[in-house]
Design a protein around this ligand. Structure first.
Ligand SMILES: Cc1cc2nc3c(=O)[nH]c(=O)nc-3n(C[C@H](O)[C@H](O)[C@H](O)COP(=O)(O)O)c2cc1C
Length: 181
């Protein structure tokens, strides 16, 4: 971190579900990033009110607001559920809508990817797709991805991420973002 001002990391979750295990992971990561000295902000996609994209729609106000939010961040961590081996529509929809305005907001922040699943596979397929899409839009994406499988036993009662290797991967992503931002 070159200056005295702490870098701002945005956290965007691909699940809007109240009891989401990915929101749980988001909360755990936010605590870890704060402890590491970063400023954090949660980017709640529900607040941007983006209809399902198709080319005849007028751009809703939420699109430019979301682009501004991305641009205000030095780094963004995407935390996403895996749906049928891919990324959820709410996340792809947000990426697609904002890509219609340009790609600067993908190029400027440094990106991280995480995923949490109830089973053991830890979202490796959706993380690969998110990585591909972001990279195609010109994003610089960390090679460190935080996969968290077996969600029921991955967190302690206070919500801290305790499962290995996920907890160590989270520290590695924080370190990589510290060096790259
Ligand atoms: C439509 C759908 C498809 C799913 N496909 C997968 C999958 O491919 N891989 C996986 O590990 N879990 C899959 N799941 C299970 C999700 O990982 C699980 O529902 C998880 O809790 C969703 O994340 P959330 O709790 O953050 O909402 C799927 C769930 C749904 C609803």
């Amino acid at each position: 971190m070159p200056s005295n001002t702490p870098p701002v990391i945005g956290f965007i979750c691909g699940s809007l579900r109240a009891d989401s295990i990915n929101k749980k992971l988001e909360k755990a990561l936010i605590k870890q990033y704060k402890r590491a000295g970063f400023k954090t902000t949660s980017i709640n996609l529900a607040k941007y009110d983006l209809p399902l994209f198709h080319g005849d729609l007028n751009e809703p106000a939420g699109v430019k607001a979301l682009v501004r939010k991305f641009k205000s961040c030095d780094g963004v961590v995407v935390i996403s559920p895996e749906y049928n081996g891919g990324l959820p529509p709410v996340l792809k929809n947000a990426i697609d809508w904002t890509s219609t305005t340009g790609t600067d907001h993908f190029k400027a922040p440094y990106w991280g990817i995480a995923s949490c699943t109830p089973g053991p596979m830890s979202g490796i397929m959706c993380m690969r797709q998110i990585n591909y899409i972001l990279t195609r839009l010109g994003a610089h994406v960390s090679p460190v991805q935080i996969g968290v499988g077996n969600a029921a036993s991955a967190f302690d009662p206070s919500g801290e991420l305790i499962a290995e290797p996920s907890a160590t991967l989270a520290e590695s992503l924080i370190q990589d973002m510290r060096e790259r931002i």
